[in-house]
Design a protein around this ligand. Structure first.
Ligand SMILES: Nc1ncnc2c1ncn2[C@@H]1O[C@H](COP(=O)(O)OP(=O)(O)O)[C@@H](O)[C@H]1O
Ligand SMILES: O=C(CO)[C@H](O)[C@H](O)COP(=O)(O)O
Length: 552
């Protein structure tokens, strides 16, 4: 007999992943990955300006293909699909009209990057984030930053809206509201996109939009008016009031989507959530497990009991919200703005001569293969001849700093190079820098009396690079548990779907049946851990020295 099936839909930075999961056993039955076509060609992005925009059609076309493929793989078992749970990157907001259409879906805005989703890593709104932080220095607005670690980021909702309002009069006039990608997809699938119908997720609203129970929702009217009057003149105030945790259904599949996807109209659509939060649930996170989602960037998720947190706000992290990861617990988020992106940068740098060579040879296949294995080859070579006494010290702020104490003006630094610093050594120094950044996040929680009992890792790098994971374990001096599933975020989406459909009474119960087991535990090497203590101290010293240089 076929058991009930839930589909998790995970919108990453480059691709969307659909995963069909058996709700009784957690068995992953079918999966598909589809890369966003326009994004892949670099359309609407200007990396030099840190502008990263994503067209809504990229998402619609890609998730349609991904679900259709999963449904085809399931065959007749597709009749047992009961739910879809969605997660996406965030803060990745877009302007919508009064029907809930993202403006870039209208002919007059079709090629306007300001009318699209503004991807989390778009840092065009640094000045606007600074304006928000400045405004919060005023006593009447001072509490609003408490829920986000004390600093509002240019990666987040209001910074981005304010930036677009300043840049683009037409978008400002046409936008009836703004929506996070993780809220928009469930709304689209369930036909609830009109601003008054959208069920905003606790997760995105709390971590990115300054929504908090402590001040009964969004900041005051005066806050937005003082920030920029157009925020209350052009948009309704408040933009929204209620928020919902992701196990609350937003509706069922519309007839149109049911037909297009080959699923029943009875399929329940769970509330959306941010990828890393939902991923932590897929990884079977328990209270006080620090779940590191390690990919392009890192998101570090932690849950704690309300009784332990009491009325405290933890400083220097990216956010703390009641119910954002697991309903009933305080969810914390921290992270690094670049992790895998730093290695991708180094790969591009070293591949430049290969790219030139490719133009002059008839069969570039071997070179392409060399490029593919470059990162693991560098890691292996460095680790085999590891010499921590002669390691250049690097800072991992290549895309700004998210935690501790967000500051997107920070930049990457490499110090202490000599004529002996070869390519694998420099790669090693970048790996150690990212691991030191990871340790700084852990220390930030512990110093503020939020204990960390276990460290877990999910995401691309957790599975793809044993060397990098070993270095993280050594530098953090903690065992790191690596989840078996390659798709913890999509799996988490499927878990929320199963609860939304009423199959389980809560997330914890659903996790017991469906969450990923641990594949492997990386244990710290005692000798290296000792040597890394000294390196971590140097990392902190260089951080102190460099910060004022970039802070202008
Ligand atoms: N073997 C590797 N060593 C180091 N970095 C890697 C390796 N494989 C992939 N990466 C980096 O990991 C990132 C992709 O992570 P992944 O979790 O798969 O995607 P996403 O972050 O989009 O969800 C890219 O930045 C890539 O450069
Ligand atoms: O900032 C985020 C969560 O708050 C992003 O969603 C996240 O960093 C995207 O990451 P990736 O593409 O590395 O999975």
């Amino acid at each position: 007999m076929t058991n009930a099936i839930s589909i998790g839909l995970d919108f990453g930075s480059d691709s969307v992943r659909a995963l069909a999961v058996d709700c009784s056993s957690g068995t992953e039955l079918a999966t598909e990955v589809v890369y966003y076509p326009r994004w892949k060609q670099g359309q609407y992005c200007v990396p030099l300006k840190n502008q990263f925009r994503q067209h809504p059609l990229d998402f619609i076309e890609s998730f349609t293909k991904a679900i259709q493929s999963v449904v085809q793989q399931l065959g007749s078992a597709a009749d047992h699909v009961i739910s879809i749970g969605v997660d996406a990157t965030g803060s990745s907001p877009a302007p919508i009209n009064e029907k809930g259409q993202v403006l870039a879906l209208l002919p007059e805005f079709a090629d306007n990057p300001n009318a699209m989703f503004i991807l989390w890593k778009d840092h065009t709104a640094i000045e606007e984030a600074e304006a928000i932080n400045k405004l919060c220095e005023q006593p009447q607005h001072s509490e609003y930053l408490k829920g986000c670690g004390g600093v509002y980021s240019s990666e987040w909702f209001w910074s981005k809206i304010l930036h677009i309002f300043k840049q683009d009069e037409a978008v400002k006039k046409a936008a009836a509201s703004w929506i996070e990608c993780s809220d928009w997809v469930p709304a689209l699938l369930s036909g609830t996109t009109a601003p008054q119908d959208i069920k905003r997720s606790r997760c995105a609203a709390g971590h990115k939009c300054l929504w908090n129970e402590h001040w009964n929702g969004l900041p005051s009217y005066e806050f937005f008016k003082d920030l920029d009057p157009s925020l209350v003149e052009e948009l309704p105030y408040p933009l929204f009031t209620d928020t919902y945790t992701a196990e609350v259904p937003v509706g069922t599949l519309t007839a149109e989507w049911a037909e297009k996807l080959g699923l029943s109209e009875k399929v329940v659509i769970a509330g959306g959530g941010i990828d890393s939060h939902i991923g932590a649930v897929g990884a079977a996170a328990k209270p006080y497990s620090l779940v590191k989602v390690i990919g392009t960037s890192t998101c570090d998720m932690l849950t704690a009991e309300k009784e332990l947190v009491t009325d405290r706000f933890i400083k220097g992290i990216c956010g703390q919200v009641n119910g954002s990861v697991v309903p009933g617990y305080i969810g914390f988020e921290a992270g690094q703005s670049a992790f895998g992106d730093i290695f991708a940068w180094y790969q591009r740098l070293l591949s430049w001569p290969l790219q030139q060579l490719k133009k002059h040879i008839s069969d570039p296949q071997e070179l392409e293969q060399a490029e593919k294995t470059l990162l693991n080859d560098l890691a292996q070579e460095w680790f085999t001849h590891i010499d921590l006494n002669h390691l250049p010290i690097a800072l991992d702020w290549f895309n700004g700093r998210r935690t501790p104490y967000a500051n997107q003006r920070m930049k990457g630094t490499i110090t202490g190079m000599t004529l002996a610093s070869d390519a694998p050594t420099l790669f090693g120094s970048l790996v150690v820098a990212t691991a030191c950044g990871a340790r700084a996040i852990m220390e930030c929680f512990i110093e503020q009396d939020i204990p960390i009992h276990t460290v877990m890792a999910i995401g691309g790098i957790a599975k793809k690079s044993p060397v990098i994971m070993q270095v993280c374990a050594d530098v953090m001096n903690r065992p790191i548990e690596i989840s078996e599933s390659d798709q913890c975020c999509a799996l988490g989406g499927a878990i929320f779907g199963a609860v939304a459909a009423g199959l389980y009474k809560n997330v914890t119960e659903a996790q017991q049946h469906m969450a990923s087991p641990i594949a492997q535990t990386m244990t710290p090497d005692l000798q290296r851990a000792k040597e890394y203590e000294a390196i971590y101290t140097q990392y902190l010293k260089w951080s102190e020295i460099c910060e004022p240089q970039y802070n202008r």
